[in-house]
Ligand binder design. Structure first.
Ligand SMILES: [Zn+2]
Length: 354
């Protein structure tokens, strides 16, 4: 959190520089002028938003040369990532994998054609069908990736995600996560999400001049939102950086919002997608049509829930986590009474263990 004059500035440092208002630029400049560069850099490093802040600062003219240089180093790193990922897709094609699809943050950067320097995650996530698990693991290990088996950590974790590390790529090595389900969470009813993802993976798009495949814009938006809501409980680590995906995608692409709302109904996704879109709209002024989230405010329970996640006046998000808090978020996300939500889960687990 970057608290200044009663509000959290983090979201401003994560915005597309061009989307900042004059008032916001002045606020950021004032905040910056009150710090030594070194202490400021320590803050944005701690928040893990350095390339984004560097992008904004060079744009608004604070120590321009210095921050351009910083941002360029990420640009170079992220170009290397593109070539590594491209190589992976090329190899997968030769071994016959048809479902591998780039997901989430790096997928958004490429698909939305947004600033390639504004990406600092240490790993890249890909979706694939569990039927291809054997050939994908073999292909990646043949390419020099080490397979990390973390199945002991969470009960059915290895059925949800496999992690691969290549110590010889980039300076500190490079991680690839293959997601076999929509979200790697132990207790989430996600069968319908997974069915939809399997369908959408087939019609993935190829990124120009590469072998990289990404979900179509509308699908990627839908699955990013479900991932933020279910995998990160909306606002837990890495916090606001999650919403950069939603913002960049909404600004760049023609999103079919009606289709997204139809999928929400069909997949019984509750109010997860709507809340993610509301938070993006509120903090980043992301161009999301209000019809996407307006209706959730009709319920008092939803209003309390949103207020729990986000303090609108100070732009602070909920960052505390506990078992009880996560349970509350999970149940409240169904958009039903807690009783109905618990009953839904009971029925599901009874059916599973029949
Ligand atoms: Zn940038």
């Amino acid at each position: 959190m970057i608290l200044y004059r009663g509000q959290d500035l983090t979201s401003l440092f994560l915005k597309v520089p061009k989307s900042l208002t004059l008032d916001e630029k002045i606020l950021l400049k004032e905040y910056y002028s009150e710090h030594k560069r070194g202490s400021f850099e320590a803050i944005i490093n701690k928040e893990k938003i350095l390339p984004f802040a560097a992008c904004v600062l060079s744009h608004i003219g604070c120590d321009k040369e210095y921050w351009i240089h910083k941002h360029d180093s990420y640009l170079e790193r992220n170009r290397k990532i593109k070539s590594i990922v491209d190589g992976v897709f090329l190899e997968m094609k030769t071994v016959g994998s048809k479902t591998l699809t780039l997901a989430e943050n790096y997928g958004v950067v490429l698909l939305s054609n947004s600033c390639l320097g504004c990406f600092c995650s240490g790993d890249v996530d890909l979706y694939a069908d569990p039927n291809e698990k054997e050939i994908i693991i073999k292909c990646l290990t043949d390419m020099g990736f080490l397979y990390e088996n973390r199945s002991g950590r969470v009960s059915n974790y290895s059925e949800q995600v496999s992690m691969f590390f290549n110590p010889n790529k980039l300076n500190d090595g490079f991680w690839i996560n293959i997601l076999w389900t929509t979200t790697s969470r132990a207790f989430l009813i996600q069968e319908k999400y997974n069915e939809r993802l399997a369908k959408e993976r087939i019609s993935a798009k190829q990124i120009d001049n590469s072998n990289i495949r990404v979900l179509s814009e509308t699908s990627l938006m839908y699955f990013c939102a479900l991932h933020i809501a279910s995998g990160h409980y909306y606002t837990l680590s890495p916090g606001l950086r999650l919403y950069v995906d939603i913002d960049r995608l909404a600004r760049a692409a023609n999103i079919d919002w009606d289709l997204i709302l139809k999928w929400v109904e069909e997949d019984e996704a509750g109010i997860r997608v709507q809340i993610v879109m509301y938070i993006a709209h509120k903090l980043f002024r992301t161009p999301v049509p209000s019809k996407v989230f307006n209706e959730i405010f009709n319920s008092r329970r939803n209003r309390i829930f949103i207020n729990y996640l986000l303090k609108s006046d100070t732009k602070q998000i909920q960052s505390k986590s506990s078992r009880l808090k996560r349970l509350y978020v999970e149940l409240a996300s169904d958009g039903k009474s807690f009783f109905a939500s618990i009953l839904k889960r009971l029925r599901y687990y009874l059916k599973m263990h029949d």
